[in-house]
Design a protein around this ligand. Structure first.
Ligand SMILES: NC(=O)c1ccc[n+]([C@@H]2O[C@H](COP(=O)([O-])OP(=O)(O)OC[C@H]3O[C@@H](n4cnc5c(N)ncnc54)[C@H](OP(=O)(O)O)[C@@H]3O)[C@@H](O)[C@H]2O)c1
Length: 320
């Protein structure tokens, strides 16, 4: 007999022991290993750098591996300019995984998983290529994320939580698990409160070896009465002063919109999944324009990521 009840099949949570996205190009894992070597040591076999075009591949690779390389090349080029050419400016990439109707989570905050396995791996690769991964307090409160690179070879970034008024309780995983250094960014007026919440609340089995968690106070970070709430550029500056100059803003929508609105992003990755959420947490909210010709239309290229489509946008191109 036919079952008249429509079935809702939630995507299975990726199992950490099963390799994700088995349909990745066969030559990609080897290329990624060398890319991490390049990120870490500034040189690796198979990559050539020239002043005009930045890094490129010395040998031919599959079309799929070349497409993935094109996504990470801007980060490698930025690192080269910072390390080898002494560029002082920080460089910032942001991402959002969203539905066809522009939501990054349901109205309850459920975002597991908007995108498929390929995008999950992509997220971990962006973390591995950057000095620091930044998330809003809302994401920490809802997702309790780890923000590590456990799904790909590569170093963990410093984890940065943007929480100007220290609204979090200090009990989230990033503050306690010791897997990677964590910075809790607060306006200086709220830093003492944050510090008081970082007491020895939970046993930390690897305490002595574990990287620490620290409150980083920013003077006059909060902007009273403004929708922007805080000045993203002061956060970027505070991180740059600590040597963290390649930054990845991972979400959520409010945080990415704040950085976007402050013109603090160099690059934006929007991963669009073939799903409608209907009503939920908004993705990027760009400043409005009345005239179509005035609307921001950045230089864009797309890379298929399994069932999703990744839009890679250069926000510093003349068009943008
Ligand atoms: N699909 C994706 O790519 C992706 C990525 C990351 C997160 N997410 C999802 O996005 C949602 C979170 O993003 P979001 O745009 O709402 O926020 P967000 O950008 O992560 O964080 C900023 C917002 O969180 C608020 N906030 C501060 N402390 C909080 C607390 N303790 N509890 C709850 N909110 C607090 C902030 O309020 P104030 O301005 O007053 O401080 C601000 O409005 C979650 O559902 C998460 O699962 C999706």
């Amino acid at each position: 007999m036919l079952d008249p009840t429509p079935r809702r099949v939630a995507p299975a949570a990726p199992d950490r022991n099963t390799p994700l996205a088995p349909d990745l190009p066969a030559d990609w894992p080897g290329l990624w290993e060398r890319l991490i070597e390049l990120r870490t040591h500034g040189a690796a076999s198979g990559f050539i750098h020239d002043g005009a075009t930045g890094w490129r591949l010395a040998q031919g690779v599959s079309a799929g591996a070349a497409a993935l390389f094109s996504l990470y090349k801007p980060l490698l080029d930025a690192r080269f300019r910072q390390r080898q050419e002494g560029e002082a400016r920080a460089w910032v990439v942001a991402q959002l995984g969203q539905s066809l109707d522009g939501f990054i989570a349901t109205s309850t905050g459920d975002s597991f998983f908007v995108n498929g396995e390929h995008c999950l791996l992509h997220l971990h690769r962006l973390r591995a290529l950057c000095d620091a991964v930044l998330v809003g307090a809302g994401t920490v409160a809802v997702d309790n994320p780890q923000l590590t690179t456990r799904r790909v070879p590569g170093p963990h970034p410093v984890r940065v939580v943007l929480d100007p008024e220290a609204r979090l309780d200090g009990q989230a995983r990033v503050f306690l698990d010791g897997q990677a250094p964590t910075l809790w960014l607060c306006d200086a007026r709220h830093a003492a409160l944050a510090r008081s919440r970082l007491g020895p609340a939970l046993p930390r089995p690897t305490e002595r070896a574990a990287p620490g968690c620290e409150v980083l106070a920013i003077d006059n970070w909060l902007v009273p009465g403004s929708e922007m709430r805080y000045r993203p550029e002061l956060a970027i500056q505070a991180l740059a002063e600590r040597g963290l100059r390649l930054l990845f803003v991972e979400g959520g929508g409010i945080t990415v919109s704040r950085f976007f609105g402050a013109d603090a992003l160099d690059r934006l990755h929007l991963a669009v999944a073939p799903v409608w959420i209907g009503r939920g947490r908004r993705g990027l909210q760009a400043p409005a324009s009345e005239v179509m010709a005035d609307c921001l239309r950045p230089l864009t290229h797309t890379v298929p990521m399994g069932p999703d489509m990744l839009w890679d946008m250069d926000l510093r191109s003349p068009a943008a």
